[in-house]
Design a protein around this ligand. Structure first.
Ligand code: APR
Length: 238
């Protein structure tokens, strides 16, 4: 680990589970309570925008009542410590649309599936910070059009900043995946991209995921325990 310089960390819903935010799959997950086709596709939004807006309004309100947990805090600490060491880089790529990484103090966070706390105007294409609801069709702060949608990447839509993610993977020495089931591409394919580039790979997850076999090492347990432990190791050994 002594020559570990560039780290790319992928996080999923599992890192926010202990903060009280539902995951998507598994017992009681969101996709057990709602059909993806009803709330998380562009077609669903065309068909029944109220249902979709209500679903994301509920989620947007809920996440603002939640707090970061020790896993978020440990990654923020690692980011700061790493930035203080010359020639080291760390990028957190999250599939999550909550802002718990940032509220824990992390700064270099890439939201590949968007963020709950933005509204996206389909008229002028501007994204505005948004903490309220969209069900009442509020005006876009930029252009005044009543054409705001959640700034969330729906199934069938292209995730954000893919080129920046692949560029970071090309430079990485270590790829770490935390709290994700490996069920959704392109994120689920990053471990194979990393391996093909000769990057070391580590998984930290409550249970084995669909991609566990691809990782050099896979550790099971709650993120709030595994992540601080791993961060301690990295800071001690490198
Ligand atoms: N600590 C660590 N891992 C956990 C914890 C925990 N406390 N709780 C759950 N997990 C793990 C589960 O074992 C599971 O493998 O987190 C994973 C969550 O998987 P999903 O619910 O499928 O969430 P995620 O992988 O982030 O979903 C990917 O799918 O629905 C879309 O766009 C949505 O970004 C999301 C994407």
């Amino acid at each position: 680990m002594a020559d570990l310089r560039n780290i790319v960390i992928l996080t999923g819903a599992g890192i926010s589970a202990e903060s009280g935010i539902d995951t998507f799959r598994g017992g009681g997950g969101l996709w057990e309570q709602h059909r993806v086709e009803d709330v998380a596709t562009p077609e669903a939004f065309d068909r029944d925008p109220d249902l979709v807006q209500r679903f994301y309004d509920m989620r947007r309100e809920a996440i603002q009542t939640k707090q970061p947990n020790p896993a978020h805090e440990a990654l923020a600490r690692l980011e700061h410590e790493w930035a203080a060491r010359e020639g080291r880089r760390l990028l957190i790529v999250t599939q999550n649309v909550d802002d718990l990484h940032e509220r824990a103090g992390a700064e270099n966070v890439l939201h590949m599936h968007g963020t709950h706390l933005n509204a996206w105007c389909t008229q002028c294409d501007v994204r505005s910070r948004w903490t309220g609801t969209l069900i009442d069709r509020p005006e876009c702060p930029e252009c005044g059009a009543r054409a705001l949608r959640p700034d969330v990447v729906w199934f069938g839509e292209m995730p954000y900043e893919m080129e920046r993610i692949y560029a970071a993977l090309r430079e990485a020495d270590l790829f770490v995946s935390i709290g994700t089931s490996g069920a959704v591409y392109p994120a689920a394919g990053f471990v194979r991209d990393a391996k093909a580039l000769g990057v070391a790979t580590l998984e930290l997850n409550l249970e084995r995921s669909q991609g566990s076999n691809w990782f050099d090492e896979s550790r099971q347990g709650p993120a709030s325990a595994l992540v601080p432990e791993w961060v301690g190791e990295v800071l001690r050994k490198s």
